[in-house]
Structure formats: structure tokens, C-alpha cells
Design a protein. Structure first.
Length: 281
């Protein structure tokens, strides 16, 4: 009889120890659930973490940043890898939604996806319809002409001429920026994925294609037979490079703001940039 209390005590302590181990193993999920219970709106994207939902990510293809491998069809790129890292940190699966830059903000506002994870340069027209995350990077622009025109267009200023036609991707930031920077030139907007806007230059229907600096370098290397970058060492029109989300989800915006600062400061964005650029040769 006198042994019963000690036996009960030992059983209680061993049970508590077992619960402690199990609790430690479940700590990340439990901690996130606790946070969700203490201030995060149930309608926030972050609430999907507790519910086991998937992270819906929209993307448009850009060289180096977010693209389909032409050999395998697999998605790759700097920002694609960052989206994977974000999903891992949140313990969520990802569902991908391919769009173009022209319909990216529409799909985001409709709720087709929760994050536009491609390389989105800040513009005012975008900012009045969607919220920005970051910046994750800063990005300048470079101009691509045919090699036969390299001697004619040695500087960016040479392109501000009535004889020059710019080809830009419809919906990309260049569609708004180029008329302001090159008011004398003509502008041709090409629908579809970004690389399609380079085709009029290759065929001679346009003079120059303008895109982000790393994107232009990647495209020129893959089209070395005809493509030449004007003054490659001096990208112009440098601007913040970001992701986009819908307005109205304060918890999601604040989480991503802190997460993007963390991923920039710890050098992960720079590491991925160096990795993908080195693979270009």
C-alpha cells in the first residue's frame, strides 16, 4: 500500500517526459498554430499554415529569375528557389500558376494565387492595384540590338531617335518606362512571355529589346548568333525588384516583409544570383 503513491508519481513523471519529447517534436507546427490563434486573421493566407493548405504561387517566365528548363520542363530560377524556401519555412506545399506579366495583377486580385513570385519591378500602375513585398533585389535595364547594329548604337542615348522602334513585353514595367525615357522612339508591345518580345528584333521588325539586366545577359548568351547588348557595363533605370500580393492581408504582408528582409540580409538572394549567373558562363 505504501508503494502505490510512489508508483503513481513515477508513472505521472514518465508520462510528462514522454509528452515533453512529443511536444518538442511538434514544436514548429504548434508554435505556428499558437501564433495564428493570437492575432492572425482567419482569412489571411497565413491561416493556411494551420489548416494544411497549399501556397498558391503565380509566375511569369523571365530568364534567370523564374523559367522552365527547355530540356526538362522543370521550373528553375532565383525567385523560384526562393519560393521553395518560403514554402519550406512555412511547411507548405506549392501549387504553381503560370501567367503573363499582362495578366499577373488581374489573377492576383481575383485570388487565383496568393503570391506573384516572379521578378516584378516596381511601377506606380502596379502599386495602385497590388501590394509589393521586399525589395528582394535591385534591377537595372539593358538594351539588346542585332549584332549588325552594334556600331550604330553604342550608348543608350543613341536609341532615343525617331528611327528606333523598341520592342517590349506587354504588361512588363518597360511598357510604361520606355516612352518616358525615350520619347522620340516608337514602342511596340508584344503579348506573351518575355522572351517573345525579343523576336521582332531578331527578325528586324524592331530595333531594340529592353529587359532587366540579368535577363538581357541570359538572353544574349542564349542568342549569341544575333544578339548584342548596348553598353552592358552600365545598366540604366535601376529600380526595386519585388514580389506582389493582394492588398488587405496585413498579416501576410508583414510576415513577407520580415521574411524578405531576413533572406536578403543573410545573403541567400545574392548566393542564388551568383549561382545562376555563373551557370551562364
Amino acid at each position: 500500500m505504501s508503494d502505490t503513491p510512489e508508483w503513481g508519481k513515477r508513472r505521472l513523471l514518465s508520462g510528462a517526459a514522454a509528452l515533453g519529447v512529443a511536444g518538442a517534436m511538434a514544436a514548429p507546427r504548434a508554435a505556428m498554430a499558437q501564433l495564428l490563434d493570437t492575432g492572425i486573421d482567419a482569412n489571411s493566407v497565413l491561416a493556411k499554415v494551420r489548416k494544411g493548405g497549399s501556397l498558391q504561387v503565380g509566375f511569369a517566365q523571365t530568364p534567370v529569375w523564374f523559367y522552365k528548363d527547355p530540356k526538362t520542363g522543370d521550373l528553375a530560377g532565383i525567385y523560384k528557389d526562393l519560393c521553395d524556401t518560403l514554402a519550406t519555412d512555412l511547411e507548405m506545399k506549392v501549387e504553381w500558376h503560370e501567367v503573363t506579366f499582362a495578366n499577373a495583377t488581374v489573377g492576383l486580385r481575383k485570388g487565383d494565387f496568393d503570391l506573384f513570385g516572379s521578378s516584378a519591378v516596381y511601377t506606380v500602375p502596379r502599386a495602385v492595384s497590388c501590394d509589393f513585398v521586399g525589395p528582394l533585389w535591385s534591377k537595372g535595364s539593358l538594351a539588346i540590338v542585332r549584332k549588325e547594329d552594334a556600331g550604330k548604337y553604342k550608348t543608350i542615348a543613341d536609341l532615343n531617335s525617331p528611327d528606333v522602334t523598341f520592342s517590349v513585353n506587354a504588361g512588363a514595367s518597360e511598357e510604361q518606362r520606355m516612352p518616358l525615357l525615350f520619347p522620340k522612339a516608337k514602342i511596340m508591345a508584344v503579348a506573351g512571355q518575355q522572351a517573345m518580345a525579343a523576336e521582332p528584333v531578331r527578325t528586324g521588325r524592331a530595333t531594340v529589346y529592353v529587359t532587366g539586366d540579368a535577363d538581357a545577359i541570359a538572353l544574349a548568351k542564349r542568342n549569341a548568333a544575333w544578339a548584342h547588348i548596348v553598353d552592358q557595363e552600365h545598366p540604366f533605370d535601376k529600380r526595386p525588384n519585388t514580389w506582389m500580393i493582394r492588398y488587405g492581408d496585413a498579416a501576410w504582408q508583414r510576415f513577407l516583409a520580415a521574411w524578405s528582409s531576413y533572406i536578403v540580409v543573410n545573403g541567400e538572394v545574392q548566393r542564388l544570383y551568383d549561382k545562376y549567373m555563373s551557370e551562364l558562363g
